[in-house]
Design a protein around this ligand. Sequence first.
Ligand code: UFG
Length: 334
Amino acid sequence: MILVTGGLGFIGSHTCTRLHESGYDYVIVDNLYNSDISVLDAIEKTTGARPKFYNADVCDPSALEVIFRENEIEGIIHFAGYKAVGESVALPLKYYRNNINSTLALCEAMDKFGAQSIVFSSSATVYGEKNPVPYKEDMPADSAANPYGRTKIVCENILRDYQAANPDKKVTLLRYFNPIGAHPGGLLGEDPAGIPDNLFPYILRVAAGKLERLNVFGNDYDTPDGTGVRDYIHIMDLARAHTAALEHLKKSGGFNIYNVGTGKGTSVLEIVKAMSETIGRPLEYVFAPRRPGDIATSYANVDKAREVLGFTAEYGIEKMCEDGWNYARKHFNL
Ligand code: UFG
């Protein structure tokens, strides 16, 4: 049995559908802080099976105790966490407390109840601003630009030290690049509360007529068209990276780190163009000042995931836009 923390969030919910498809038994724990209980129904409709669900906080050891006593947890995929970069600058303690306590509580539960493995949601943000692209797993990963990113660095180090002290435990860090798109079934996707911080959900709202136009943050970066370049990966590809990581952990062990991206950079304007083609009309945008803390370019070297996990992303930007738009049309009743 796999415990999925934050299983009703964007990445968690899509990974649950993939776990189901690959024949894993899993149970979800989520405190609905940044997710909605309707996602549980959407997972059920998408997979044909209703997952077992605990509405609980992963930071709470007594809640974890109940879950571990009631289920034979062998492995954990730990998605739960706060992730808003801007808020983390204003409220760093909230971020450190939540993101670190949840990881500590899970390691302690692994110790107490004998679960063997954990796959942790890390982020490309740990590569900071000094490393050259493409980012490689063995580059220094100790200088994120904001408290959110630094909680990821701290959790990476907690898990590294935990595994070193407990060689029978198996730890994999997945450093996600920029997951976008949606499940092709159209019932699962990303629709954050409030005005979206991230590019893709914002674009979907503009496409859906819920927001007037996209603000493109900066057109004077040192990139081919002056706008920021990121390594966007289809959420279903990212979901599959988790089952690839679990499969590999079954045969191996130790402490592992993999980038999960496509290895290709795409600019904001290229995404705007691709989405305009998907919706059949120009997506409205204006240029706006750079967003503080943004870097010009981020993309992954994906050799290690390919060579060790046998994982390669399949889908391109067009499919990400198509599936994202399919979700938005259903979600917004268009
Ligand atoms: N952008 C816009 N307008 C918007 C939103 C974003 O132009 O309204 C641009 C950004 O400037 C950037 C690109 O779109 O060039 C992508 O921005 P996102 O906010 O979608 O993603 P980020 O790359 O900033 O951040 C993401 C995750 C973080 C993670 C980081 C790791 O949201 O959690 O990747 O690199 F830390």
